[in-house]
Design a protein around this ligand. Structure first.
Ligand code: 5GP
Length: 349
């Protein structure tokens, strides 16, 4: 019924290029879209081909997109039946059951690790192995509701921790970090619960076993980690909690409780090192030593995040330099408090 009223909105979790799709009944009638686009499904009369519009498009005409069912079914078939090129997970085209169809139909197949990790946790877009569409709705935080969690993920050279600290320092009454746990000794000027929660190694290990951390790691033989409780305690003070994490932590955070807004910070990477800029030095500090190999590594790192996590990213922030990225991030955070954003439908039901 909701479809008839065209109130069904889907976030595309894959890129679709109709002109490359040999399965479509009409390539010209296809609606091209990119991973992350919001599509309004205006008709699902046909089981295989839906009609949809891209939200924000001035073009009023709807175009054809593969239905969720079709996209999943053919994705799965191709996982089971390798295409003639015999490259696993290839993206080329081939025949199946005598019918010519696009290879993996460009949907991204989750790795085994990701599939296991997402089981039972948070919102899992699509119950199949293939990312197709995720039903979404507009959501605006109400004044009495806990502020949404903001998650920064970054590719090589993005320096998201620095960015986070800067934005919080400018406005500590509104934004805060989740205080991490550590096993290292407290320094004289530090206070328990301010810089860190200081715990014994034994306590830390128990917390790890009990799954209390969204992420943890070792530095100079001491353990560090950020707990779920630390995020909750920031939110309990009605402050917006900003965390910078490895993207794998999204699995723990993408839940109805946190409704995370995910920002992917990606440094602008110059074509070659002759036109390098300070913001793109991966190690930081000595910008004069950025080599073409460094730039290639940065490109690779950004591409990997896009491919693996692009479908859960709400916003890409291209970082030119620290100052402008900070201004942009502040703008995003302010809008997040007053405007409605798309979230998975299951988060608000
Ligand atoms: P310090 O002991 O000087 O306060 O922190 C040293 C390092 O510990 C930081 O530079 C950072 O690499 C690491 N660290 C601090 N907090 C965390 C955390 O919450 N998680 C992880 N994985 N590492 C942290």
């Amino acid at each position: 019924d909701r479809l008839k009223e065209s109130k069904v909105f889907m976030r595309a979790l894959f890129d679709y290029v109709p002109l490359e799709d040999k399965a479509t009944p009409c390539q010209e009638a296809g609606l091209p879209f990119k991973k992350g686009d919001i599509l309004q499904v205006v008709s699902h009369d046909d089981q295989t081909w839906w009609q949809a519009k891209r939200v924000g498009d001035s073009n009023l005409r709807a175009g054809l997109i593969p239905s969720k069912h079709f996209q999943e079914r053919y994705g799965r078939m191709f996982a089971l039946v390798p295409c003639w090129c015999r490259v696993q997970d290839c993206d080329c085209e081939g025949y199946f059951n005598g019918q010519y169809i696009a290879g993996l139909r460009r949907s991204f197949r989750l790795s085994r690790k990701d599939r296991q990790g997402s089981a039972g946790e948070g919102s899992d877009p699509g119950d199949s192995d293939f990312l197709t569409y995720e039903e979404v709705t507009r959501y605006q935080q109400r004044p009495n509701e806990r502020p949404r969690l903001v998650v920064l993920i970054g590719s090589l050279g993005a320096r998201i921790n620095e960015l986070k600290q800067r934005v919080i320092a400018e406005n500590p009454h509104r934004y805060a970090v989740a205080v991490p746990h550590t096993t290292r000794p407290k320094k004289p000027h530090e206070k328990e619960g301010v810089e860190y929660h200081f715990v014994t190694k034994q306590q830390f290990d128990t917390d790890v076993i009990n799954n209390k951390f969204i992420e943890h790691g070792e530095y100079k033989e001491n353990q560090y980690g950020t707990s779920i409780e630390a995020i909750r305690s920031v939110q309990a003070k009605s402050k917006m909690c900003i965390v910078d994490v490895q993207p794998e932590a999204l699995r723990r955070l993408r839940t109805t409780e946190f409704k995370p807004y995910v920002i992917f910070v990606k440094p602008r990477i110059p074509e070659s090192r002759r036109r390098r800029s300070a913001a793109t030095s991966p190690g930081g500090g000595d910008h004069g030593r950025t080599t073409d190999e460094d730039l290639q590594e940065m490109r690779q790192s950004a591409l990997q995040i896009e491919q693996q996590y692009g479908h859960v990213v709400d916003r890409v922030l291209i970082k030119e330099d620290s100052a402008s990225a900070c201004v942009e991030l502040r703008g995003i955070l302010e809008r997040l408090e007053r405007e409605a954003f798309w979230v998975p439908l299951c988060w608000v039901r």
